[in-house]
Design a protein around this ligand. Structure first.
Ligand SMILES: O=C(O)CCC(=O)C(=O)O
Length: 255
């Protein structure tokens, strides 16, 4: 099965995104997809995520503070690599054959979370229209001005610059930044060359979310030897169909 056949089998068509949605991804570098996940499913995903935080003690003092490769730990997050509109947006940003860099989550505890504006890429800024990485944030609660909604600077994926080259301090606010305020069940797909970052969670509660992260398969700057991000384990590989497997790397366990 070719990669294009896999995307077709997963429901992605030329017109899965509207022209307006494609234009927004081109121009602004991000696209909110409101109500992509039904609220009952949001609740199940959130419970699965919270169980994982407890089991892995994620976010506790001294712990690594992030659950990674969650595609290997439950089927509750399969929508993060199977929803046709979501996949169509990733395919539109990356153009060529891509693969998952995994489904991850950080709890964004109250009083924490503020990140510098950054891109999710170790290589040089991309040429216009030739993007290597695409990320997405899955809102498992409403994102508000209080609970540390992600900030983005629209259009900066086209700037040919990284934030640290332009800003004295990328922790500071950027005059053109906006916050991704939205309701639970929304998914925001963003070009990972877009300048972005979480903001301080000033509320009394965690800000539950997932990220589903992707890169071009032939990206020369993603160091695949040192990272297991997006690699399927034997159990998940066995459970997926052929089209879904094309979206990941798989390393069989040595026996
Ligand atoms: O958690 C957020 O709001 C942003 C996440 C982010 O910037 C990242 O994963 O690179």
């Amino acid at each position: 099965m070719t990669f294009q056949e896999a995307l077709y089998a997963l429901g992605v068509r030329e017109n899965t995104l509207s022209e307006k949605e494609k234009m927004k991804l081109d121009r602004d570098g991000f696209l909110p997809l409101p109500n992509l996940v039904p609220l009952v499913q949001v609740a199940r995903m959130r419970s699965a995520m919270e169980r994982m935080f407890i089991e892995e003690r994620t976010g506790e003092e001294g712990m690594h503070g992030e659950c990674t490769n969650m595609q290997n730990k439950t089927t509750e997050f399969d929508i993060c690599f199977t929803h046709p509109r979501f996949l169509a947006a990733v395919a539109y940003v990356l153009k060529g054959e891509f693969r998952s860099l995994g489904i991850h989550s950080r709890p964004n505890r109250p009083g924490r979370g503020h990140q510098p504006l950054h891109v999710d890429y170790g290589g040089p800024p991309p040429r216009l229209g030739e993007y290597y990485v695409c990320n997405s944030i899955w809102l498992l609660t409403d994102f508000t001005q209080e609970n540390g909604a992600t900030r983005v600077v629209p259009g900066t994926h086209r700037s040919g610059k990284h934030p640290q080259e332009v800003m004295k301090d990328p922790l500071e606010a950027h005059p053109e930044e906006i916050e991704l305020i939205g309701t639970a069940g929304t998914v925001v797909v963003f070009n990972s060359h877009l300048w972005h970052g979480a903001t301080l969670n000033r509320s009394q509660h965690d800000r539950p979310n997932l990220t589903s992260f992707w890169c071009l398969r032939n990206d020369p700057h993603t160091d695949r030897s040192s990272s297991d991000w997006g690699v399927l384990n034997d159990k998940t590989y066995a459970a997926l169909n052929e089209a879904q497997r094309r979206l990941f790397d798989y390393k069989p366990t040595a026996r």
